[in-house]
Write a protein that binds this ligand. Sequence first.
Ligand code: ZN
Ligand code: ZN
Length: 169
Amino acid sequence: MIVNIADLNAGMGKETPFAFETTAEELDAAPVEGAFEGNITVKGNAVYTGTCYRVEGVIACRKVFTCDRCLEPCAEEQENAFSEEFRRVSDGMAADDDANVFDGDAMDITGMVRDTLLAAQPLSNICKPDCKGLCPVCGANLNHGDCGCERFVPDPRLAALQQFKKLKD
Ligand SMILES: [Zn+2]
Ligand SMILES: [Zn+2]
């Protein structure tokens, strides 16, 4: 994904729009859980601020995963915003270690897009915020209704302890 910023050199505040279509394979971006399905769209603008090139936009993708709580397959449409500074090496702009750098007029945003996308992924993957999960007794998906089991033990470690006590009694 190369943004050609030759036009921007003319002036500060001028914008260069860009739009790319890619895939998880092309990006080499695999989330820890699940997978990005189909096309990943990257749209945005590059603007020269006088000290750097600011690249802003949105990465739209579809993620498929298994719900951590109810284990049902889920799909989620994501829009991940980004706003990053790029610095051209030959401009002599002081670049710190984590700055995005490029040379010439070709600004490659592939690495930034991959990093943004992966960093935006949540640690837990849940089908909906109020997913009720599975019944710890019979394994029924509680989102589909109550199975009628006695489930007064919220903590599985406590449940194991109770089982143990029952055996001893
Ligand atoms: Zn769920
Ligand atoms: Zn049950």
